[in-house]
Design a binder for this molecule. Structure first.
Ligand code: PGA
Length: 242
């Protein structure tokens, strides 16, 4: 794995934004796998800056987002659709029809998940997948469990996740209890993977991802089997690496 350690979040934002845009410069019709959460905010900000400076063109890019809540209006401030539009898509020239999200409001969620896998394949697969990581080693909504969930699927959110995420909602009762997420196999099929982690609360998960046992108890550990993974870490997230 290519492990890069930076002084602070600002520097990671620039490096990760450059990395994503470098992919687009090398292949203008790249397929980007994108993530939500607080970690990608600065990288998205830098991608917007590069676009505004005329350094990169997103008009031929296709995107797939990792996950989405179920039964939440797409315009809700907590929906990942809304997050991506507010923090990236509304500020760059990606055509709306090239943006792909899982529809958490689909009547038949299983069919929606299968269709998403089909769409990723039809687009030629993901060229680069941007990932955050949970302090428990989760990637997307793939939480620690007894086995790796391979493809895009529906998940029942754990009490702990609902509690963690309730800080963004008016009350805990408003937090969705289900989500749809790309699976471990879907993520592993991306040609390149960029993981960003900020802060000491991610250090244990990063240590396990780099040299711990590969186990579904730490879903990110499976990335040891991927041949093109880059980690961008701040000093806190890198603090347990030898
Ligand atoms: P965060 O979430 O970027 O808000 O820390 C990352 C994740 O849980 O995947």
């Amino acid at each position: 794995m290519n492990v890069l350690i930076y002084e602070n979040e600002e520097q990671i934002g620039i490096a990760a934004g450059n990395y994503m845009c470098g992919q687009v410069l090398a292949k203008p019709n790249s397929v980007l796998g994108l993530a939500t959460g607080s970690t990608p905010l600065k990288p998205y900000g830098h991608m917007i800056k590069l676009y505004e400076n005329g350094a990169v063109d997103f008009s031929k890019v296709t995107t797939f987002n990792l996950d989405e809540y179920c039964r939440l209006d797409v315009n809700d401030v907590n929906s990942y659709h809304r997050f991506m539009h507010d923090n990236l898509f509304d500020h760059i020239n990606i055509p709306e029809e090239n943006i792909n999200f899982l529809d958490g409001n689909a009547e038949n969620l299983e069919a929606e998940c299968a269709e998403y896998e089909r769409k990723i394949k039809a687009a030629g697969g993901i060229d680069i997948q941007l990932l955050g990581i949970g302090s428990n080693g989760h990637i997307a909504f793939n939480e620690p469990s007894e086995s790796f969930q391979r493809w895009t699927h529906v998940v029942q959110l754990k009490e702990s996740t609902i509690k963690d995420n309730s800080r963004f909602f008016k009350s805990i009762d408003e937090v969705p209890t289900q989500a749809v997420t790309m699976g471990i196999g879907s993520i592993m099929q991306a040609k390149r993977i960029l993981i960003i982690a900020l802060g000491e609360n991610k250090a244990k998960a990063i240590k396990q991802l780099i040299d711990g046992n590969v186990t579904p108890q730490c879903p990110a550990s499976v990335l040891q089997f991927h041949t093109d993974v880059t980690l961008m870490l701040d000093k806190g997230a890198a603090s347990l690496i030898d």
